[in-house]
Design a protein around this ligand. Sequence first.
Ligand SMILES: *Cc1c(COP(=O)(O)O)cnc(C)c1O
Length: 358
Amino acid sequence: MDLQAQYQSIKPEIDGAIQAVIEKGAFISGPFARQFEEDFKQYVGTEYCMSCGNGTDAIEILLQAMGIGPGDEVIVPAISWIATSEAVSTVGATPIFVDLHPETYTIDPNLIEAKITKKTKAIIPVHLYGNPADMPAIMKIAASYNLKVLEDCAQAHGAEIAGKRIGGWGDASSFSFYPGKNLGAYGDAGAMLTNDEEIAVKAKMIANHGQLKKHNHQMEGRNSRLDGIQAAILSAKLPHIESWTEKRISRAAKYQELLADSVITLPQVRPGDRHVYHVYVIQIDNRDQVKEKLQKAGITSLIHYPTPLPLLPPYAHQGHKPEDFPVASSMVQRILSPPIYPELTDEMIEYVVDHLLH
Ligand SMILES: *Cc1c(COP(=O)(O)O)cnc(C)c1O
């Protein structure tokens, strides 16, 4: 990604936003955070938006607001950023891992039911890489077992299923605005969205020391608030997200056009879904050699992620083997993310593809 190029394209708007916060002295939460919450809930299409410190906090606080804690189990995909499963453990519950769908790389709904026990309280689908998880199928399972659904939307701002934005499908959703995400602040930032008033009120309280009004502490909470400067930057950037997303989609289409006849496995999108390409993940033979070759040509590529979550040391006590997650275990050997961001030119993509193929 190239955050500098994005800043240069909207410099006056960003500089003006930061200046306004300093002049008002509204550094923590306050009017700029309230404005961004209004802007962002309209964008996603939910009734409530509560800003918070980062995307990891958003998952933790929403789980707590849903009443999930010690003794409970929460179903998560076998591949994600560790924040997804970490948040489950932080609230005292146990993450239960489910393998991915081999084509969309999101949690495979067909494998969820086998992992449901009496202790299962929730499912966290992750819209991994920017590709929507199969929410209609997941909501159906959740309804029949009375489970809560928390969408982890950290990589998928603006993704859609059948014209409806992700973040409004489950009982609640978490967003991260880490600088490198599709909508990024200039520091840590996060948000929690829902249509459920009870979850909204509880999440808002937890994020601000258990109070809705000053010194009216109804419970013990924590400090997870959005900075005014980050809120103002996000409000300034939000009007651009659709055009940036369209550019990401067109960059993905360019890769697709140039790589269609190759042996490289390309991202797949279910009909009617809008993939927003937070990253462009391909599968390729001799991945490590290809990655090194790209690096020598000045092209940075990344691996999202090198190890399935259940095979990481913090989950060793669950005793999983690679064979338990055949899709995740096989893809981590072959996945590679070449550059993708709105400002990437056709010429740059041609250069990358040239080095991928030869
Ligand atoms: C980035 C990310 C998070 C965590 O967000 P932070 O703001 O970095 O705490 C959670 N889940 C996924 C899938 C992510 O990519």
